[in-house]
Design a protein. Sequence first.
Length: 355
Amino acid sequence: MKPLMKKSLVVLTLSTMMSTGAAYASTDNVQPINALTPITTQAATSPVTINLNGEPLSEYGYQTPNAAESMLPLRAVAEKLGYTLVWNPETLSVDLNKGPIFTTVKTGEDSYTINKMLTTLGTAPELVDSKLYVPSSFVSKILHASVASQGNSVSITLAEQQKKVQATGVITAIRNEGNHSSVQIQGVGMNGLVLNVGDETEYQMLDETKLSLSDLHIGLTVVAEHSLAATLSLPPQTPTTKITVLDPKRQADLLGTAGQIEEVRSNDAGKTSFLIKGTKLSDQSQSEIVLQISDETTLINKDGDPIDKSLLVKGTQVVGFYGPTMTRSLPPIGNAWKIVVDLKEEQEQDQAVQH
C-alpha cells in the first residue's frame, strides 16, 4: 500500500462501481466522470496488515497519524466474516446482511444503522481510492467479531467462536419487517432485550417439539440462546440461535397490557382483581382493564421466576396477559392468564430471601 492515499470528499457518479450482481463490488478500475472535479485531500498514512481468523488478508487497512483507530476495508473484511453486501450508488452507502443481523454504512457519516437502530463510533467511514473503509470498532461493535490491534497489525476472530449466553423472559412483542424478524422479551418499549432471529434460529417447546416463529406469541415465557455481542441501542439487540418455550401449552389469541396497578379489588368470594392502566401491546388489547386472578394465573417477574401474589399492590408496574373474552363494561373485565411483575431491586432481594 502507498504511504499516501487520496480521500474523496465529494459525491461522484458511481454507477460504474456496481457489478452485474447486487453485491458490493470492487472498484479499482473506476474512473471519475469528467463532468465532475473531485476535491481531494492528502494525508500521510501507514499501511495496516489484517489477520482474519488466523489467515492474512490480501488487502490492507491504514492508520492516519493521531487517529484513535485503524481503518479497515469494509468489503474484504465483511465478506470474509460471512456478510452479504449491497452497494447503493445514489447514497454512497452499503447494506450488510448476515442472518438476523443487518446494518447500513454511509460514506462520511458517523451514524451506523444496526437493525434500524442508530449508533455512533466516533469515526466516519471513508471512501479512499474508490473503496469504502470503516473504523476497526465497526468490526467489533457492529459485525460482532473480536478485534485486537498491535502496532500496524489488526487481528480479527470470527464471532461464531465466541461463547453464547442464555436469557429468560416473557415475549412482549414479535416484529416482522421485510426479511428481518425479532422477538422482544423482559420489557416493553425501550426496556428489555430484542432477540434478532433468522432462518438459522431454532424454535422448540421444552420437550423439544419443534416450532416455528409463527408459533410464538406474546405472553409466552421463553429461554433464548444468543450471542454475547449486543448492540448499544435501547433496547439492546442480539443475534439469537435458539428459542425454547417454557410454558406447557400455548394460547395464540392472548392480549396484553403493560402499565401500573391502579387499584386492587377483592369480592365476597375472596377473589382478587387488579385495575391496570397503561399501554396496549396489540391493536386488540386494552389500555385499561380489570384482570381477575385465579389459581391458574401465572405470577412471575420479568426473568420468569415465580413471585408471591402479595407483591401485587397499587403502584406496581406489571404486564398483564389475558384472553379475548371480556365484559362490555368500562373498563372491561377479563381473566388473567399471566402477570409479569417488574420488581424493584429491593423487592427482588426480599423475594429471594423468602424462597
